[in-house]
Design a protein around this ligand. Structure first.
Ligand SMILES: NC(=O)c1ccc[n+]([C@@H]2O[C@H](COP(=O)([O-])OP(=O)(O)OC[C@H]3O[C@@H](n4cnc5c(N)ncnc54)[C@H](OP(=O)(O)O)[C@@H]3O)[C@@H](O)[C@H]2O)c1
Length: 272
């Protein structure tokens, strides 16, 4: 039988705690909330009597095999510091927040000072889309053990080694790509809107991105991009001119231009 604690009862805390409460060999999940009143309706709607709520952190963590932190990225270190102060050596602190490698290092060292086992988790998708099957990568000395146990509870978890910074880096660098695509979509969409052809432009881009399997397309683009950085710089100049003309600030467009400039400069110095 296992007992767990959750710090934070937002989207991640609710999704994972509700799933875990359905597992027969988990007998109690203690959730720490700093403001119980704010969560009154959610507490009343809690799907399981195994989930208990408290605004005393030490009560929430007492007797729990694992302590899961699912708060805001900016609060992760502060929450870890408060949590490890009332944890014992045999407990595992699992941080699921999207934090940088440097912040992960800080949380790892806080755990180390208190001899608490630390596992870094990176949630690789939205719980609103995947639900409790959201892929989670784990790093840290106990990664394999925790991955085995959480997988046994039906979570989609993969241990990727003893370095806690690894999942943090994978998640954050992947965000450079995925959030960048979202920002580009927004900028191109705004420009398309201004000229009254948003859907046509997006549909055409989707067609170019999906005429083969997406992984293959991305590989082709990465090969192709090294070829003619100068031509791409000039194309981005044309894009910048149009966006400015129609009143859309070319933020991502200029950033793309800067990337192509860097590629051109690297190519020139490699050929010298
Ligand atoms: N949602 C996802 O699908 C997803 C995907 C990938 C990664 N993540 C990561 O998972 C973490 C949780 O995300 P979420 O979507 O569950 O966030 P959320 O819905 O905004 O919930 C955050 C929870 O953390 C609590 N919290 C914030 N600061 C706190 C503090 N200093 N002390 C105690 N509790 C605190 C909040 O309590 P209050 O209401 O009292 O402020 C709330 O219960 C984030 O780090 C996020 O980057 C989430």
């Amino acid at each position: 039988m296992k007992q767990l604690a959750f710090i934070g009862y937002g989207k991640v805390g609710r999704c994972l705690s509700h799933h875990l409460a359905r597992q027969s060999n988990i007998d109690r999940i203690q959730v720490y909330l700093r403001d119980l009143g704010k969560y009154r309706a959610l507490i009343e709607a809690s799907p399981s009597s195994k989930i208990v709520f408290t605004n005393h952190l030490s009560d929430a963590l007492a007797g729990s095999d694992w302590v899961v932190s699912a708060v805001w990225p900016g609060a992760a270190a502060e929450v870890a510091e408060m949590a490890v102060a009332c944890m014992a050596e045999e407990q595992i602190f699992l941080d699921l927040n999207t934090i940088s490698a440097a912040h992960t290092e800080k949380v790892a060292s806080l755990c180390q000072q208190k001899n608490v086992s630390f596992v870094k988790g990176a949630i690789m998708g939205g719980t609103e889309i995947y639900g409790a099957s959201v892929p989670i990568l784990l790093g840290g000395p106990m990664n394999e053990r925790l991955a085995r146990e959480l997988s046994g509870f039906g979570l989609h978890v993969q241990g990727i080694g003893e370095d806690p910074q690894k999942p943090a880096m994978i998640k954050v660098i992947r965000s450079v790509l995925l959030k960048g695509i979202t920002a580009l979509l927004h900028e191109a969409g705004a420009a398309g809107e201004q000229v009254g052809m948003r859907d046509l432009i997006i549909e055409s881009a989707v067609e170019a991105m999906t005429y083969r399997e997406v992984g293959e397309i991305l590989k082709l683009w990465l090969q192709d991009i090294r070829d003619q950085p100068e031509r791409r710089i000039q194309e981005m100049d044309e894009c910048k001119e149009l966006l400015e003309q129609i009143g859309v600030e070319p933020i991502m467009t200029l950033a793309s231009r800067r990337v192509f400039e860097r590629m051109r400069d690297e190519k020139v110095s490699a050929n010298q």
